[in-house]
Design a protein around this ligand. Structure first.
Ligand SMILES: [Zn+2]
Ligand SMILES: [Zn+2]
Length: 353
């Protein structure tokens, strides 16, 4: 079958690989759509980052590895011990492969597994005609969730977890810093969780427009004036109760500090690759908290429910649909050439376009 295989930094090949087969507890999925994640671009440009240099302790997988973790498809084969899933089911997956035996797994904290592996990074992923995964990762799609929508279940699960980690309460004012794919999903998840207002800060005007379309009460360009003061003016000086930093750099973090009030929570959703300086004295006097979030544990059912009833809209976030053959030129490389232009590019190995 055809697949997009990561061989090394700036070396991803669309090539023929052996068709995968199912072990007794595994499910084979014919891929319909798979979204390109920012982490795929990072792995291409700077990797290996999460891709294992050595055989992974749980999966044994190093590279070459097939990329792709935000996907949907149809079950085409099941192993003899698979009970919950059947051939023909429309599905997506929870991308985390965990050991099930370490202290964290035993507590159900699977994203903290000491041997955690992710499909598409330490297990062959879904930029391919088909993918084989353990049965426990597979989730059936509600009828009203299309394959395109379902390819957003993974990043939406991340967004739902970010909101859970924020301990946002009904009526709180929230600020989202950065309206990329995750920021736009966090915006919608925060609204679904009952935020009274969600304000979005984003330098690119097309992304600000999209944030408005997806429910932002107001959008701000950080280059125009003092957003901290702007937000203070709209909240009787209280500023936001919760800020989601969805960029992962110093400037975005500083903005999150400025726009939040006393006893506020700042969630670091963005993957900050470089150290960030923290003004502890400012946080100390206001008892502000900073937290992080990574992946998801049990957020998929909520993500699928939000997609099913359209509380979270993802279609406006699809910037392009391309074929697997064009994954490099019209996908990864194009996202590197014009990073602000794309929210989500969906890739199909089939003939859907
Ligand atoms: Zn992703
Ligand atoms: Zn574990």
């Amino acid at each position: 079958m055809k697949a997009a295989v990561w061989y090394g930094k700036e070396d991803v090949r669309i090539t023929e690989v052996p068709e995968p087969t199912v072990a007794k507890n595994q499910v084979k999925i014919k891929v319909r759509w798979c979204g390109i994640c920012g982490s795929d671009v990072h792995e291409y440009r700077e990797g290996p980052m999460i891709i294992s240099k050595n055989p992974h302790p749980l999966t044994g997988k190093s590279f070459p590895v097939i990329l792709g973790h935000e996907f949907s498809g149809d079950v085409v084969a099941i192993g003899e011990e698979v009970k919950r899933i059947k051939v023909g089911d429309r599905v997506t997956i929870n991308c985390l492969i965990y050991c099930g035996k370490c202290p964290y797994c035993l507590e159900g904290e699977y994203n903290m597994c000491q041997k955690l592996a992710t499909v598409g990074l330490a297990w062959d992923g879904a930029f391919a005609e088909s993918v084989v995964v353990p049965e426990y990762t597979v989730l059936k799609l509600p009828d009203s969730v299309t394959y395109e929508m379902a390819s957003f279940a993974e990043p939406l699960a991340v967004a739902v977890r970010a909101v859970k980690r924020s301990r946002l309460k009904v009526g709180d004012t929230a600020v989202v810093v950065g309206a990329g794919p995750i920021g736009l999903l966090v915006l919608q998840a925060a609204r679904a969780a009952g935020a009274s207002r969600v304000l979005v800060i984003e330098p690119i005007s097309s992304r600000r427009e999209l944030a408005k379309q997806l429910g932002a009460d107001e959008v701000f360009d950080p280059a125009q004036g003092d957003v901290g003061k702007e937000i203070a003016a709209r909240t009787d000086g209280l500023r936001a109760k919760v800020a989601f930093e969805c960029v992962g750099n110093q400037g975005a973090f500083d903005t999150a500090v400025r726009v939040t009030g006393r006893r506020a929570m700042i969630v670091m959703v963005g993957m900050a690759l470089k150290p960030i300086e923290v003004p502890f004295f400012r946080l100390w006097g206001h008892e502000k908290e900073i937290t992080t979030c990574t992946g998801y544990v049990d957020e998929y059912p909520a993500a699928l429910a939000f997609l099913a009833d359209r509380r979270v809209q993802v279609e406006p976030m699809i910037t392009a649909k391309i074929k697997l053959d064009d994954f490099l030129e019209k996908g990864l490389k194009e996202m590197m050439r014009s990073p602000g232009r794309y929210i989500k590019i969906l890739v199909t190995p089939g003939e859907e376009i």
